[in-house]
Design a protein around this ligand. Structure first.
Ligand code: PHB
Length: 401
């Protein structure tokens, strides 16, 4: 341990020490493996509980806890203890915040985060410390690409996954020239690359790429440029509070009727109540739709509504599945978190009956999942069709893949 709590002893060192001093009779003071197993498993949530992504953090945290409670408060026989850190969607604070959980709190598993830039700082520390990391949102391609590792899993998506299929969707709708607009950071940039790949293959061209500093929401000058350039369609990535404001501003500027707006489904997920009519009719692609007709989704939405008096969204699904994935691993090793190889092998082989439909994991430990075309209708992201079935990220650069 490196930080100011270096007097604390972690469980592994305690066990080693216990073995070494057994003859002196001190061993009884240290936990035996059986006792260690019965102890609560410590889960550290590192999420942006404040700022533009705060609603996303809340949904992930809510649904993770809901899953655990649905299982009687235990996963693999272990009760769960939670520690939370607000990462503020602030990449510069990422290393310190991750170290709080890994070194100071010595959690067993870190669940986080939402923002791709913060996630990359977490991935680096997870690789160095061998701490189990489950990413419940951030799409940074590298986390399950060149930076993939046996102890890093993701229950959400890569930035490539929901955006690549949108290229064909827009081309099929008659869009030949598009403009893209996103926040300027890893997620937005990777979204545009993926969209460009799909749109280019389908014969489309991008006229201009507009970038807004994260997390700014002053869109007026960009909307003026879109109005002047008159593309056939716009591809936009914003999420949370920024998505609410962008969709409202786009409609208020009078652009919605003349230049159709598309994007990955983050543009309209968890945001519809606040967006109101401005979002009606928007078509997006994502690994979830509100009205997916499967029993897991129906139960998930009903329980979430009952427990939190709020509509569930894709972020909740990802948090719920993070708990489900951990549960599969812990069940396989009967709660023995130290059986790392078997734990990770079970997680890699997990087949989740997710509210989003079937989910398996690629060799890079990222979900293989359907990407749906959805349309906002009656305050819901309604299922239209499957835009890409069982889509796996290419995981370029991952040595495990
Ligand atoms: C990301 O930073 O990877 C990110 C954030 C919010 C989303 C999607 C992706 O809704």
């Amino acid at each position: 341990m490196r930080d100011r709590n270096s007097h604390l002893i972690d469980r592994r060192s305690a066990l080693k020490l216990a073995g070494g001093v057994a003859a002196t009779g001190l061993a009884a003071r240290f936990p035996t493996p059986a006792i260690a197993q019965a102890a609560a498993l410590k889960v550290g949530f590192m999420l942006p509980y404040t700022g533009t992504y705060a609603p996303l953090a809340k949904a992930i945290d809510n649904a993770f806890r809901m899953y655990v409670d649905e299982k009687g408060g235990k996963l693999g026989g272990r009760s769960i203890q939670y520690v939370t850190v607000d990462d503020e969607a602030e990449p510069a604070k990422g290393p310190d915040n991750m170290n709080k959980l890994v070194s100071r709190e010595n959690v067993d598993v870190v669940v986080g985060t939402v923002h791709s830039g913060v996630a990359m700082a977490m991935v680096k520390i997870a690789r160095e410390s061998n701490k189990l990391l489950i990413i419940p949102n951030a799409g940074a391609n590298a986390a399950t690409g060149p930076m993939c590792a046996p102890n890093i899993f993701r229950t959400s998506f890569t930035n490539w996954q929901p955006c690549y299929p949108m290229g064909k969707v827009m081309a099929d709708a008659g869009v030949k020239r598009a403009i893209t607009i996103t926040w300027k950071y890893a997620a937005g940039e990777e979204d545009v690359v993926a969209f460009r790949e799909g749109f280019g293959k389908a014969g489309g061209t991008i006229d201009a790429e507009l970038y807004v500093p994260f997390p700014e929401v002053e869109f007026q000058s960009y909307l003026t440029q879109i109005a002047e350039k008159k593309p056939d369609g716009v591809f936009a990535f914003f999420a949370g509070g920024g998505a609410v404001k962008f969709v409202r501003d786009y409609a208020a500027a009078g652009l919605k009727k003349s230049i159709p707006l598309y994007g990955p489904g983050f543009l309209t997920d968890g945001t519809l109540q606040a967006q109101g009519e401005a979002a009606d009719g928007l078509k997006t692609t994502l690994h979830y739709a509100d009205d997916l007709d499967n029993p897991a989704n129906k139960a998930f939405r009903a329980n979430y509504q009952k427990r939190y008096s709020a509509e569930a969204d894709v972020y909740g699904v990802q948090g719920y599945d993070a708990a489900a994935l951990l549960g599969v691993g812990l069940d396989a090793v009967k709660g023995d978190f130290a059986a790392t190889q078997a734990l990770y092998a079970a997680m890699r082989g997990a087949k989740l009956d997710s509210p989003r439909g079937p989910v398996t994991f690629s060799a890079a430990q990222n979900p293989v999942q359907n990407i749906y075309l959805r349309e906002v209708r009656g305050g819901k992201n309604a299922y239209v069709s499957i835009a890409a079935a069982a889509l796996a990220d290419p995981a370029t650069g991952c040595k495990m893949a």
